[in-house]
Design a protein around this ligand. Structure first.
Ligand SMILES: *[C@@H]1O[C@H](CO)[C@@H](O)[C@H](O)[C@H]1NC(C)=O
Ligand SMILES: *[C@@H]1O[C@H](CO)[C@@H](O)[C@H](O)[C@H]1NC(C)=O
Ligand SMILES: *[C@@H]1O[C@H](CO)[C@@H](O)[C@H](O)[C@H]1NC(C)=O
Ligand SMILES: *[C@@H]1O[C@H](CO)[C@@H](O)[C@H](O)[C@H]1NC(C)=O
Length: 482
C-alpha cells in the first residue's frame, strides 16, 4: 500500500513529454498547435512563449499572431492571439501579410516588442511591423510598419546577443535583382528602430534567416528560396557579427532537404549540465498550409571544427532545466518481414533495410501489414520510415530541373493506417516527397492494445492526385510518455 502510493507520487512528478518533429502537435486543449514561422521567447521566469502565424483553412495569411506558453517546450498552453488582425487597418487587416513574428523584451522601454514582415498580399510593400505590449502574452498594439533604413524587407528574423543584450534584425531584401541579399542590422538600444548594418550577406538569395550563438561563434542559418518546397538549409559561421563570415555549408544529410523543413528560428537552452541548441523549423504543407508541422531538432555544434549540423531524432526528451536531451529508443519492425496484399510487393532496394522496400501500396486493397507489434494499451508515437520518390519540382536547387512524376510535382502522398483491422478509425499518414533512395520518417500517435499481438496495416489514400502510398521501409514503435 505504502509503496504503491510512493510509486504513484514518483510517476506523477516525472511528467516527461516528448518532442516529436513532424508529428501532429496538440495543445493542452487538444487542438493543433497553430503558430507557424515564429519564435520562442523566454520570459524572466524561464517560461517559454511560442509566437507564430495563425492559419486556418480559408485564411492562411493575415490571421494574426498566436501565442502559447510552456515550461518544458513540449506541453503548450494556448493564449489566443497576441496580435489580432484589425478589419480595415492599413497593415494588420486580414487582407495583409503578417509573417515571421519575433518578440523581444525591451529593457529600456519596459515593454515587449513584436517585429514581423509586414506586407500586402502581392508582397509589394516589403516592410517591418512593430507592435508592443506590457505583458509578454499581449495583446500587442500596432505601432508602425516601416522600411528598414529605407530598404526592402522580406523574410524576417531577430537575434539577441546574450553577451551584451543587443538585438539585431535579419531580413532578406526581396527577390528583385537589386535585392537578393540578407541584412543583419542592429537595433537601437530599445530594440525599436534599426540603426546600423552589421553585415550584408551579398547576393546569396537566401531567406528564413536565424542566428544561434555559442561562447565562441555565431552561426547564421538560412534556406534557399523555393517557395513552400523545402531545400537544403545552409549555415555560415563568424567570430563577430560584423564578420568576416565563412562560406555557407549544408547542415543536414544531402537530399533530405533538411528533413523536409525550412529554417526560421533557433533557441539556445543553457541548462545546469549542458547547453543544447535547438533548430526550430517549419515543415510547410502548401496543399493545406494550416496543417503545416514543426521540425524542432537539436543541433551539434563543434566550434573547434567550426561546424554545425542538424541531427534527426524521431522522438526525444528535452530537460530544459539540465539542458540535456535524450533520444528515446523504440522497437523496429521491418517491411521485409511484413505481409503484402493485392498489388503491393517487396522490391530490391540496396538503400533500404535488409535490401528490400515495400512498394505498390495503392488504395485500400494493396496494403502492407506489420504484425506481432508490442503495445502498451496507451497512446504511443510510431514512426513510419518511407521513400516518396515523386520528386517535386525544383529538385534541390532553386531553378534546378525538376524530375517530374506524371507531368506534375506533388509535395506529399497520403497513406491510411489501420490498427488491428479497425477500419472505423483510419489514421492519415502524410508522406512528404523525399528523393530517390532517401528514407525519412513521419510519426503518428496511435493506440495499440497491451501485448504483442497488434497489427498495423498501411494502404494508399487520395492526395488530390493519386491513391498511392509511399514505399515503406520500417516502422519504429516508441514507449508512451510518462
Ligand atoms: C513571473 O511569475 C510571476 C508569478 O506567477 C508573475 O507575477 C510575473 O508576471 C511573471 N513574470 C513574467 C516576466 O512573466
Ligand atoms: C501592394 O503594394 C504595391 C506597392 O505599393 C502595389 O503596387 C500593389 O498593387 C499592392 N498590392 C495590392 C494587392 O494592393
Ligand atoms: C538597399 O539595398 C541595396 C541592395 O542590397 C543596397 O545597394 C543599398 O545600399 C541599400 N540601402 C541601404 C540604405 O541600406
Ligand atoms: C476502398 O476504396 C474504394 C475506392 O477508393 C472505396 O470506394 C471504398 O469505400 C474503400 N473501402 C474501404 C473499406 O475503405
Amino acid at each position: 500500500m505504502f509503496f504503491s502510493r510512493l510509486l504513484l507520487l514518483l510517476t506523477a512528478t516525472t511528467t516527461a513529454k516528448y518532442i516529436v518533429p513532424g508529428g501532429r502537435w496538440r495543445d493542452t486543449k487538444g487542438d493543433l498547435v497553430n503558430a507557424h514561422a515564429g519564435c520562442v521567447t523566454v520570459d524572466r521566469n524561464g517560461t517559454f512563449w511560442l509566437f507564430g502565424e495563425y492559419k486556418i483553412e480559408g485564411q492562411t495569411e493575415g490571421g494574426g499572431v498566436s501565442v502559447y506558453s510552456s515550461a518544458d517546450l513540449a506541453t503548450w498552453q494556448p493564449h489566443g492571439l497576441a496580435l489580432e488582425p484589425v478589419a480595415g487597418h492599413p497593415y494588420i487587416s486580414p487582407e495583409m501579410i503578417i509573417q515571421r513574428p519575433k518578440v523581444v523584451y525591451s529593457v529600456e522601454a519596459k515593454k515587449y516588442h513584436m517585429h514581423w514582415h509586414a506586407d500586402n498580399s502581392t508582397y509589394g510593400l516589403l516592410l517591418q511591423g512593430l507592435a508592443t505590449s506590457d505583458s509578454i502574452q499581449g495583446p500587442y498594439e500596432f505601432v508602425s510598419a516601416t522600411a528598414p533604413l529605407g530598404n526592402w524587407s522580406q523574410d524576417f528574423g531577430l537575434f539577441t546577443d546574450y553577451k551584451d543584450g543587443k538585438s539585431y534584425a535579419l531580413y532578406s531584401n526581396g527577390d528583385k535583382k537589386e535585392g537578393r541579399d540578407v541584412y543583419l542590422t542592429a537595433y537601437d538600444s530599445s530594440a525599436t528602430n534599426l540603426k546600423e548594418v552589421a553585415h550584408r550577406f551579398d547576393k546569396y538569395d537566401l531567406e528564413a534567416p536565424t542566428i544561434v550563438q555559442t561562447d565562441r561563434s555565431y552561426y547564421a542559418l538560412m534556406s534557399h528560396k523555393t517557395g513552400y518546397r523545402p531545400n537544403n538549409v545552409v549555415a555560415f559561421r563568424a567570430d563577430s557579427l560584423n564578420g568576416p563570415w565563412s562560406q555557407p555549408w549544408i547542415v543536414s544529410p544531402l537530399n533530405t532537404r533538411t528533413y523536409n523543413s525550412q529554417s526560421g528560428y533557433t533557441l539556445r537552452i543553457k541548462g545546469s549540465k549542458k547547453t543544447t541548441y535547438l533548430y526550430i523549423g517549419d515543415q510547410w504543407d502548401s496543399n493545406s498550409l494550416w496543417e503545416s508541422r514543426y521540425i524542432w531538432l537539436p543541433m551539434t555544434i563543434d566550434d573547434r571544427k567550426k561546424d554545425l549540423s542538424v541531427d534527426w531524432y524521431d522522438v526525444y526528451d528535452l530537460d530544459v532545466k539540465t539542458g540535456e536531451f535524450t533520444p528515446i529508443e523504440g522497437k523496429t519492425y521491418y517491411a521485409s518481414d511484413a505481409e503484402v496484399a493485392g498489388s503491393a510487393f517487396k522490391q530490391e532496394a540496396n538503400f533500404a533495410s535488409n535490401g528490400v522496400i515495400a512498394t505498390g501500396i495503392y488504395g485500400n486493397d494493396s496494403t502492407i501489414t506489420f504484425s506481432g507489434i508490442e503495445g502498451t494499451g496507451k497512446e504511443q508515437w510510431i514512426s513510419f520510415y518511407y521513400q516518396d520518390a515523386d520528386d517535386m519540382g525544383f529538385g534541390d536547387q532553386p531553378g534546378g530541373t525538376p524530375d517530374r512524376f506524371g507531368g506534375t510535382w506533388q509535395l506529399r502522398r497520403i497513406s491510411s493506417v489501420v490498427v488491428n483491422g479497425n477500419k472505423q478509425e483510419v489514421q492519415t499518414l502524410f508522406q512528404r516527397d523525399t528523393h530517390k533512395g532517401i528514407i525519412l520518417s513521419t510519426p503518428l500517435l496511435l493506440k495499440l492494445d497491451k501485448g504483442k499481438q497488434n497489427t498495423i496495416t498501411v494502404g494508399g489514400l487520395y492526395n488530390g492526385f493519386d491513391v498511392k502510398g509511399a514505399d515503406l521501409d520500417r516502422i519504429v514503435v516508441y514507449p508512451p510518455e510518462k
